[in-house]
Design a protein around this ligand. Sequence first.
Ligand code: FMN
Length: 162
Amino acid sequence: MAEILLIYSTTDGHTREICQRLKQVIEQHTHRVTLKSINDESGVDLRPFDKIVLGASIRYGKHSKQVYGFIERNEQILDSKPNAFFSVNVVARKPEKNKPETNPYLKKFLNQISWHPKELAVFAGKIDYQKYRFWDRLMIRLIMLMTNGPTDPHTVAEFTDW
Ligand SMILES: Cc1cc2nc3c(=O)[nH]c(=O)nc-3n(C[C@H](O)[C@H](O)[C@H](O)COP(=O)(O)O)c2cc1C
């Protein structure tokens, strides 16, 4: 049995939801999973865990600053264990952009950090217009308009392939 730590960076909760699903699936294989928000991570001792997974969503083209900080502070310990990173974004709803080697955000991110995650994944995220503030809703609708996505402001579109 392995002790696995899943750390997530989320704004609207979808990356947490993906982690909860991963937890469920991993626990079926009799491993133990601890789920932590990156906001609460500073009090967590990473050393007792056998494997560490970091998942983060994209907002306006970037993963959050905390993700970079976490990696900088913990690169050595991450490297000493099996580890993985996954990115959540809506560009990944497109089949030609849904793999680590084809997703532009993940590719750019990996060029910005010195950590080389041992496993990588990309998951398509979710759009829920009514949850967003006016400006964010407008911007995402514009992005969707330019990329042939849904623009109806009442859309809830979950692109994740569960
Ligand atoms: C304000 C805002 C900006 C976003 N910017 C991008 C973006 O630049 N590229 C992209 O592919 N997805 C973008 N997304 C989509 C998010 O990555 C997607 O909604 C994801 O599911 C959010 O995950 P979270 O709830 O864990 O934060 C954006 C979403 C919001 C609300």
